[in-house]
Design a protein around this ligand. Structure first.
Ligand code: AMP
Length: 189
């Protein structure tokens, strides 16, 4: 299965993406994890993106598109988490998958309110000692989600392949809803 998971930071998409990946035996491709690994190993690319991540801004589209092109080159299946975040990234992804004849099977949107997302991000910052996750950075990320990524959400909704899941339920209930949705996709094939 080729699955895309969308939702703001704090929607629980990383956790759910890992569980879906394990359940369907597909690699979990998370751009945030790839970028954080580059920052911690101190590569040139890591040095370039570090200040962007610290501000909660977006890494430029051309860099992200190249990163994903290389990462997905040899994968038949995947659970993609954190990409696309802009319409340009979505267009590039669709073109890439079209070219190799491997369309997305499903797009899952985890819907949560700003209040819940903000509350979860503040709690995570305290629990995981992420002192750089300040209120300013958190609200910048949510602002960018509304301004740019919601257009990506609209795009896949129009394409009719998006399933909306209530991300404010417990972790297990969200996963059960996601599995129901994906079973529907498999049955409809
Ligand atoms: P995440 O773990 O997905 O929340 O990503 C952490 C950070 O990495 C984001 O706040 C962005 O700075 C950066 N990032 C991750 N994915 C992308 C993307 N597709 N486009 C631009 N920046 C990204």
């Amino acid at each position: 299965m080729r699955i895309l998971i969308l939702g703001p930071q704090g929607s629980g998409k990383g956790t759910q993406a890992k569980r879906i990946a394990a359940a369907y035996g597909a690699p979990h491709v998370a751009t945030g994890d790839i970028l954080r690994a580059a920052v911690s190993n101190g590569s040139e690319f890591g040095k370039q993106v570090r200040p962007i991540l610290e501000r909660g801004d977006l890494v430029p589209d051309d860099l992200m598109i190249e990163l994903i092109r290389e990462r997905l080159a040899d994968e038949d299946t995947f659970v993609l988490d954190g990409f696309p975040r802009t319409v340009a990234q979505a267009e590039a992804l669709d073109a890439m998958l079209d070219e190799i004849g491997k369309p997305l099977d499903a797009v899952i949107l985890l819907r949560v309110s700003d209040e819940v997302a903000t509350e979860r991000l503040h709690r995570r910052a305290v629990e995981e000692g992420r002192s750089d996750d300040t209120s300013e950075v958190i609200s910048n990320r949510l602002r960018l989600y509304h301004e740019l990524t919601e257009l990506v959400v609209d795009r896949y909704q129009l394409a009719g392949i998006e399933v909306i899941v209530d991300g404010e339920q417990s972790m297990d209930d969200v996963f059960a809803s996601v599995q129901d949705a994906l079973e529907g996709v498999v049955a409809g094939r």
